[in-house]
Design a protein around this ligand. Structure first.
Ligand code: 1QQ
Length: 399
């Protein structure tokens, strides 16, 4: 006998939700009447070294969940974020995505943390026709993974060159540039290409290209080789732990010029790694806590109240990812309550709807190209200012 498809799907969703509240595999946020809540998946790194970045995404997503539920959720129905830890590699991301899709029955996924993971996991969501919004995947080619893959994280091609411009403004005498990149990471390879092209476009002298692994802790060989060439700018594309260690070791070897860190170093979680020696590091930003919109004001206040510091880019982008799903669901819910739509149909409609909208997010007003690439207007550059004792510091935005 053929059962009513809608009934099966919806009861499947109800079971998934019921099991979420008791299971410890998919952690969900507390608060509110969540029995009928609409599940949105958050698949980011909560463990491993990549959690140095992913932890900030969890914070931003949770603030979004509370903010939008306080405003009535999806026209009266709350949302519920379902978190699955991707850890730091592709296998972890694939697992998390599969669980979110088949067990947690989410309407869409915000994740994963790294482009390296997105190239493994996002095709799975795409094949299952589940919309994925990349909250921090900035490598070339992410929206091209498939019809169901978009991102709220502007690509390296538009973000990274801003930091080179800022370095040249701070020191117009820069001539010789040393570039470092993590060769086992898709984002770092994509970002270094942009950095290297920018160096050439600016008619600077690219004196050396040094490679490392994101798992490396000792950079003496590469740092010494580069410093022997007397660069007056060093540019690093890697992740937080390796990147922070490389900054530290370059300084310990006596390098005094400017250092640009790429997006993988874009977190205050590098402060304990390079301490006082993080001081002066330049990093391009796709978010500015001073962004004047109303939503950013609410986001910033909630973040500052909880964490006693200005919100970082990865939190703002994760917030924006949740916001896109929420506002697209609100639009879909008007003609037919989303809770009454069969899940496969809802996922497809949600993907189509989210690509059509305009969103006033903490990142400013954003929208998408038909392929799922973000349209965003404003980018910034921040410089790290460490306290003299190196125990803490902050990102100072350059004018
Ligand atoms: C990517 C990135 C990461 C370094 C951000 C967390 O930009 O992997 O694309």
């Amino acid at each position: 006998m053929k059962m009513n498809r809608r009934l099966i799907l919806w009861s499947g969703l109800a079971i998934a939700l019921a099991s979420c509240s008791t299971s410890n595999s998919g952690s969900t946020s507390a608060g509110g009447d969540t029995a009928n809540a609409i599940p949105i998946g958050i698949g980011v790194a909560q463990t491993s070294n990549v959690a140095l970045l992913g932890q900030e995404q969890v914070a931003g997503a949770r603030i979004a969940e509370k903010y939008f539920n306080d405003k009535g959720g999806i026209n009266g129905t709350p949302i519920k974020l379902v978190f699955q830890d991707t850890a730091g590699d592709e296998a972890g991301a694939i697992n998390a995505f599969q669980t979110l899709i088949t067990q947690n029955k989410v309407v869409g996924i915000v994740g994963p943390t790294l482009s390296q993971q997105a190239f493994g996991a996002s095709p799975i969501a795409d094949r299952a026709k589940v919309p994925v919004i990349g909250p921090s995947n900035t490598a070339k080619g992410i929206p091209q993974i498939g019809e169901f893959v978009s991102r709220v994280s502007a690509p390296v091609s538009v973000v990274a060159p801003n930091s080179v411009a800022a370095a040249l403004k701070l020191n117009p005498n820069i001539k010789k540039v040393a570039v470092f990149f993590a060769q086992n990471d898709a984002f770092s390879k994509s970002e270094t290409e942009i950095f290297q092209q920018t160096v050439k476009d600016r008619k600077l002298d690219l004196v050396t290209i040094q490679k490392f692994q994101t798992t490396d802790t000792d950079f003496q060989t590469q740092a010494t080789a580069a410093l022997n060439l007397k660069p007056d700018l060093v540019i690093i594309s890697g992740l937080a732990a390796d990147g922070g260690n490389l900054v530290r070791q370059l300084r310990e070897l006596g390098y005094q010029g400017l250092i640009i860190g790429g997006n993988g170093l874009n977190t205050s979680n590098i402060f304990p790694v390079c301490k006082q020696l993080c001081d002066g590091l330049l990093i391009a930003q796709a978010y500015n806590p001073e962004q004047p919109g109303e939503v950013n004001k609410a986001f910033r206040e909630a973040y500052v109240a909880q964490y006693k510091k200005q919100p970082p880019q990865f939190s703002a982008q994760a917030f924006a990812g949740v916001q896109v799903f929420v506002e697209a669901l609100q639009a879909l819910d008007k003609p037919t309550k989303v809770a009454q739509q069969p899940l496969p149909d809802l996922r497809v409609a949600l993907n189509q709807q989210l690509l059509k909208g305009k969103y006033n997010t903490p990142l400013g007003e954003i929208s998408f190209t038909p392929a799922g690439e973000i349209n965003q207007k404003e980018f910034y550059v921040a410089q790290i200012k460490m306290n003299p004792d190196g125990g803490d510091g902050k990102f100072t935005f350059l004018k």
